[in-house]
Ligand binder design. Structure first.
Ligand code: TRP
Length: 446
C-alpha cells in the first residue's frame, strides 16, 4: 500500500501546529513561567526558541520530507550508520511523554464536564482551587479520564493521516485561536492585567537563573514537539520539492503566540484574585473557572474553552502516538489498526503510575524517583530535560554537518541563500553547543 500523504500544504502546517500547540503551551508554559520568575523566563525562552527551536524545526521537517520515512527509517535512508539510534530514542520518548501527557489530557476532559454542568457556579476561589487538589488525589477518576483520553487518541490515529490527523488540525486549530483571543480580551479587563504585563514582560535580567535556562530550553523542545521525530514523521507525509522555510517559521510563530496568549489569559486572573503561589501544576485548572465565573457568557465560553484545550491536547497526543505507530507500519509491516491498538494499550498501561502518583495512591505519591520528584514529574523531567534535548543535539549535528548539502538542494529556494547559511551555522555550532552546555549543567558538571 502506498504511504499516506497530506492533502495540502496547509494541511501539513495545521497538523504540525496541532502537534506543537498543546498542553505544553496552555498548561506547562504558564506554570514554568510562574515558577521561574515571569519575564526572565519568557526572555530566555524566546531566545532558546530562535537559536535552537527554529533551526531544529527546519532540520526535522527536512529529514522527514526528503525520505518519506518514520524517524528510524529516515536516518537509515539518509546515512547508513549508527545515526538511526536517534530515531530509537525518539520512539522511546514518544512512549514516555504520551503516558503522562494523557493523564493531563484526562484532566481537561473532566474540567470540560465540570464547566458544562456548571459545577463551579456555586464555588468561591478557595473551593475552585481545592477542587483541583482533591481531583488529582482521586485515583479512580484519574485512571478513568486517562483511559478515555487514550481511547480518543487511538480513535484518531486509526483513521489515518488525512481522515484523522489532518482533518482534526484543520477544524480545531483556527477555532482554538479565536477562543483564546476572546479570553485574552476578557482577561485584559480585569484589575490584575497591568500587574501581569509588568510581571511577564518588564525585563528583569537579575531573575535569570540556571534553572530558568535549563527549563526554557527543555520547554522549547517540548512545546515545538522537537527532539523526538514527531515533526520528522509529519514532514514525511509532505510532497517533495516544497521549500520549508516559511512553514517552519509559521509553526514556530504560531506556537509561541499561543504560549504567550495563555499567559496573558491566566496571569491577570492570578493577580486579580491574589491566588497562592502553590498554584503550580494546577495553575490552568484553578484559575480559569474563576475567569468564567466573572465574565458574561462564561457559562458558555467555559465549556467551549475546555473543549478546545481537549482538542489541542488531542492533536498533540496524536502526534506522539503517530511517531511510534509509523515505525511499526513502515519497518515492521504491521497494519495501522494493529499498530495503533497494541501501542496504545502499552502506553495506556505505562500511564497508570503517573495517574496515581499525584495523590491517588499514597504509597506511590510519597515515592521519590528522580530527586524530589514523584513518578509523574520524573517522567516529565526525564523527557523534557534529557531525552528531547539529547535527540535535538544529534538532529542538529546530523543535519548541520552530514547532510547540509542535501538540505540546500531539497528545501531552500534559490533566493534564500543568506537564510540557508544562517540556519546551517546555527545547526552546526550554536544549537548543539547551547544544548550541550545546558545538559552539562543538568548533570551538575558545570
Ligand atoms: N508539543 C506538544 C505540546 O506542547 C506536546 C508534544 C506533541 C510533543 N508531540 C511532541 C512534545 C513531541 C515533544 C515531542 O503540548
Amino acid at each position: 500500500m502506498a504511504r499516506e500523504k497530506w492533502n495540502s500544504k496547509l494541511g501539513f502546517i495545521l497538523a504540525a501546529s496541532g502537534s506543537a500547540v498543546g498542553l505544553g503551551n496552555l498548561w506547562k508554559f504558564p506554570y514554568e513561567t510562574y515558577s521561574n520568575g515571569g519575564s526572565a523566563f519568557i526572555f530566555v525562552y524566546l531566545l532558546a526558541t530562535i537559536l535552537v527551536g527554529l533551526p531544529i524545526m527546519m532540520a526535522e521537517i527536512f529529514i522527514g520530507k526528503s525520505t518519506n520515512k518514520n524517524p528510524i527509517g529516515a536516518f537509515k535512508t539518509l546515512h547508513p550508520s549508527a545515526w538511526h539510534i536517534i530515531g530509537w530514542l525518539g520512539i522511546a520518548s514518544g512512549f514516555v511523554i504520551l503516558s503522562y501527557y494523557s493523564v493531563v489530557g484526562g484532566w481537561t476532559l473532566r474540567y470540560f464536564l465540570q464547566t458544562l454542568t456548571g459545577a463551579y457556579l456555586s464555588m468561591n476561589q478557595e473551593q475552585v482551587a481545592s477542587d483541583f487538589g482533591s481531583f488529582v488525589q482521586d485515583g479512580m477518576a484519574q485512571i478513568l479520564f486517562h483511559t478515555v483520553f487514550m481511547f480518543m487518541i487511538v480513535g484518531i490515529v486509526i483513521l489515518g493521516v488525512r481522515k484523522g490527523i489532518e482533518l482534526a488540525g484543520k477544524i480545531l486549530m483556527p477555532m482554538l485561536f479565536i477562543i483564546l483571543l476572546i479570553l485574552v480580551v476578557m482577561a485584559i479587563q480585569t484589575s490584575g492585567f497591568y500587574q501581569s504585563i509588568l510581571y511577564l514582560f518588564y525585563p528583569d535580567f537579575s531573575k535569570i537563573t540556571t534553572n530558568s535556562i535549563i527549563e526554557s530550553m527543555g520547554q522549547s523542545f517540548f512545546s515545538l514537539s522537537l527532539g523526538m521525530g514527531a515533526i520528522i514523521t509529519y514532514g514525511s507525509y509532505m510532497q517533495k520539492n516544497e521549500p520549508i522555510i516559511k512553514d517552519a517559521i509559521t509553526i514556530v510563530f504560531f506556537d509561541t503566540m499561543v504560549a504567550i496568549m495563555a499567559c496573558l489569559m491566566i496571569f491577570p486572573i492570578l493577580f486579580t484574585f491574589e491566588l497562592k503561589p502553590n498554584a503550580s501544576i494546577g495553575i490552568l485548572f484553578s484559575t480559569l473557572p474563576l475567569l468564567f465565573l466573572k465574565m458574561p457568557g462564561g457559562i458558555v465560553i467555559g465549556p467551549l474553552f475546555f473543549l478546545l484545550v481537549i482538542f489541542a491536547a488531542l492533536t498533540s497526543g496524536v502526534s506522539l502516538l503517530e511517531v511510534v505507530v509509523s515505525y511499526f507500519i513502515d519497518e515492521k509491516g504491521w497494519n495501522r489498526k494493529k499498530a495503533t491498538i497494541v501501542i496504545g494499550m502499552a502506553i495506556w498501561i505505562l500511564g497508570f503510575p503517573s495517574a496515581l502518583s499525584n495523590g491517588g495512591w499514597s504509597w506511590l505519591s510519597g515515592m521519590k524517583w528522580i530527586g524530589e520528584r514523584n513518578f509523574f514529574d520524573s517522567l516529565d523531567y526525564l523527557a523534557s530535560s534529557w531525552m528531547l534535548p539529547i535527540g535535538g543535539i544529534f538532529i542538529a549535528i546530523f543535519t548541520g554537518w552530514i547532510v547540509s548539502k542535501e538540505i540546500r538542494n531539497e528545501s531552500f529556494a534559490k533566493d534564500h541563500d543568506g537564510f540557508y547559511n544562517v540556519i546551517v551555522f546555527l545547526l552546526k555550532y550554536v544549537s548543539p553547543l547551547l544544548v550541550f552546555l545546558v545538559l552539562l549543567n543538568v548533570t551538575g558538571i558545570l
